[in-house]
Ligand binder design. Structure first.
Ligand SMILES: CC(=O)N[C@H]1[C@H]([C@H](O)[C@H](O)CO)O[C@](OP(=O)(O)OC[C@H]2O[C@@H](n3ccc(N)nc3=O)[C@H](O)[C@@H]2O)(C(=O)O)C[C@@H]1O
Ligand SMILES: CC(=O)N[C@@H]1[C@@H](O)[C@H](O[C@@H]2O[C@H](CO)[C@H](O)[C@H](O)[C@H]2O)[C@@H](CO)O[C@H]1O
Length: 332
């Protein structure tokens, strides 16, 4: 080849590269395809028993012996005594609970049991997830724990679409559980009062619904498979309140309690080997206009009567981050 045609070829190649670059920049999606160097597909290294070690530092050595979900045998054959009433124990609610446990299950699914190392992520409902593009990252965890009625439909890019476990109470149950969960999602009831057991019983056994006694109308028809339902052991509420927030447990009327997110982190530290969190953190109290959720426009004001101390919770979460018990995918 002559040196002239050599230069011609080179110039042509150069023009082609320039056109490709221009085209890819002018179309943002193409740009991503051309200049996208995929982040390592490798999962975060997971060390068996690591969360357990961390949990024992926070909650003591024996908390791992507690069942995650309540079991019929502990209320039917043996009447397991509980020192506290709901939400910290089952004292006084045993009869209603017995009826619920007779129609629900307590097992941890084989898909979680069989994992050598359980990588979990707890997805808080915080505004910090908005435009985070963390959906793909979240979907890669073995166990994705979500809270209350937080949606996934329409928010997949930021929060993912996989839901292994969802914690809820009647007032926070999504009215359309099928679109916001997967068919095998475990729907874990966090009971705050005896009525919460009654509500789930009437739903699952199709008994006459009770409308009174809730601070917000829960669903009256709730399309779920009883096999998906679990009842969270209130022990985790007790230790979250006591060990993370130093709250008084035996408080009669005006109960102060952990948020469902803090409860979920406590649960994850007992179920998993690795615990990451995302979407946690409230705005400062003076930031009155800042919206708190990734999916709706409400502010801190909406939580005024809720019995939570979010600044105290922030201290507890910071402590867990500093000691390496959990890692955060969003900022804190
Ligand atoms: C009005 C009211 O009672 N709101 C409560 C709502 C409400 O009941 C449900 O959303 C259902 O509608 O539920 C709560 O919480 P909520 O459902 O808002 O959020 C779930 C958990 O995510 C963490 N979070 C949320 C927002 C934010 N900016 N930072 C966060 O860290 C918290 O750990 C929180 O627990 C609840 O159950 O804890 C606590 C809220 O106080
Ligand atoms: C006695 C009573 O029903 N109190 C209600 C609180 O439980 C409820 O708080 C809410 O109670 C829930 C349990 O039912 C969760 O703990 C939730 O985080 C918390 O915000 C607030 C909501 O604004 O309304 C009161 O009337």
């Amino acid at each position: 080849m002559t040196s002239k045609s050599h230069w011609k070829l080179l110039a042509l190649a150069l023009v082609l590269v320039v056109v490709m670059v221009w085209y890819s920049i002018s179309r943002e999606d193409r740009y991503i395809e051309f200049f996208y160097f995929p982040v390592s597909e490798k999962k975060e290294p997971c060390f068996q028993g690591e969360a357990e070690r961390q949990a024992s530092k926070i909650f003591g050595n024996h908390s791992r012996e507690q069942p995650i979900f309540l079991q019929l045998k502990d209320y039917f054959w043996v009447k397991t005594p509980s020192a506290y009433e709901l939400p910290f124990g089952t004292k006084g609610s045993e009869d209603l609970l017995l009826r619920v446990l007779a129609i629900t299950s307590y097992s941890i699914p084989e898909s979680i049991q069989s994992l050598e190392c359980r990588r979990c992520v707890v997805v808080g409902n915080g505004h910090r997830l908005k435009n985070s593009s963390l959906g793909g990252v979240i979907n890669k965890y073995d166990v994705v724990i979500r809270l209350n009625n937080a949606p996934v439909a329409g928010y997949e890019g930021d929060v993912g679409s996989k839901t292994t476990i969802r914690l809820f109470y009647p007032e926070s149950a999504h009215f359309d559980p099928k679109i916001e969960n997967n068919p095998d999602t475990l729907l874990v009831l966090v009971a705050f009062k005896a009525m919460d057991f009654h509500w789930i019983e009437t739903i699952l056994s199709d008994k006459k619904r009770v409308r009174k006694g809730f601070w917000k109308q829960p669903p009256l028809i709730w399309d779920v498979n009883p096999k998906q339902i679990r009842i969270l052991n209130p022990f985790f509420m007790e230790i979250a309140a006591d060990k993370l927030l130093s709250l008084p447990i035996q408080q009669p009327r005006k109960i102060k309690q952990p948020t469902t997110g803090l409860l979920a982190i406590t649960l994850a530290l007992h179920l998993c080997d690795l615990v990451h969190i995302a979407g946690f953190g409230y705005p400062d109290a003076y930031n009155k206009k800042q919206t708190i959720h990734y999916y709706e426009q409400i502010t801190l004001k909406s939580m005024a009567g809720s019995g939570h101390n979010v600044s105290q919770e922030a201290v507890a979460i910071k402590r867990m981050l500093e000691m390496g018990a959990v890692k955060n995918l969003t900022y804190f």
